[in-house]
Design a protein around this ligand. Structure first.
Ligand code: IPE
Ligand code: IPE
Ligand code: MG
Length: 237
């Protein structure tokens, strides 16, 4: 809900970038960077809960990441499978609700089943929400919304003049979630790479040089301190 400023962001979205460069610096295979990246994700989610962040969204796999070599894609899927298997119990015990955005249904059938089970298991948890963006691309998400709206309008069920921002919001994968207050990207890159283009309309942005595998509680605490010093205006004065 806009117009209110809180010193702690309710929703933090993170573009976890730099696993490959972290591994390269150490002459390790990229997969080692991704493995360490999962640990960073685990620590950061835990820290977010401790620091009072209600929703944390992690960009884990983009619609464009299919363009990577097949063995890297398969490493990433394997790690994701491992994360869901190993971490869901602790997340559940800590009161974390898991939510997925993106077209994850096209992933391998056993992985989809595992994800659906984890989402169902944690659905009633209220302490914290962990959103994982999987096969997520903001443009694909908006194209889907446009197609659904066009279908309804064509059938006469919807007056095009009735389309407004709230209607679009409710049709996005992020419906029911507050918009991100703070967007963090690691590794020094300063771009969105097709992440939450609509949802970030009034978010504060923070770009840090830390490579994702080195990210954790201290880095998140520093990000929150930076956020606390920002003045949000939402176009007002
Ligand atoms: C982020 O690290 C992980 C994913 C995109 C899945 P990268 O793999 O993009 O690492 P760099 O950018 O090559 O260092
Ligand atoms: C963005 O990182 C996607 C994820 C973090 C999952 P990339 O490393 O894929 O983005 P580009 O290619 O540098 O823009
Ligand atoms: Mg990258």
């Amino acid at each position: 809900v806009s117009g209110e400023t809180h010193s702690i962001p309710r929703h933090v979205a993170i573009i976890m970038d730099g696993n490959g460069r972290w591994a390269k610096k150490r002459m390790l295979p990229r997969a080692a960077g991704h493995r360490k990246g999962i640990e960073a994700a685990r620590n950061t989610v835990r820290a977010a809960g401790e620091l009072g962040v209600e929703v944390i969204t992690l960009y884990a796999f983009s619609t464009e990441n299919w363009g990577r070599p097949a063995d890297e894609v398969s490493d990433l899927m394997g790690l994701l499978r491992h994360f869901i298997q190993v971490d869901i119990e602790e997340l559940h015990m800590s009161g974390v609700r898991l939510k997925i955005i993106g077209d994850y249904k096209v992933l391998q059938a056993d992985l989809v089943k595992m994800i659906d089970a984890a989402v169902a298991k944690t659905a009633a948890n209220t302490k914290q929400t962990l959103v994982i963006a999987l096969n997520y691309g903001s443009q694909a998400e908006l194209v889907r919304v446009a197609q659904q709206l066009a279908d309804k309008a064509k059938s006469g069920a919807l007056d095009p003049n009735a389309i407004d921002a709230a209607m679009i919001d409710a049709m996005l994968d992020t419906a029911q979630l507050p918009p991100p207050d703070l967007l963090i990207r690691t590794s020094g890159e300063k771009r969105l790479s097709n992440f939450l283009l609509w949802q970030l309309a009034y978010a504060e942005f923070l770009f840090v040089d830390t490579l994702w595998p080195d990210y954790g509680k201290a880095e998140l605490a520093a990000a929150l301190a930076d956020y606390a010093g920002r003045e949000r205006r939402y176009g007002g004065r």
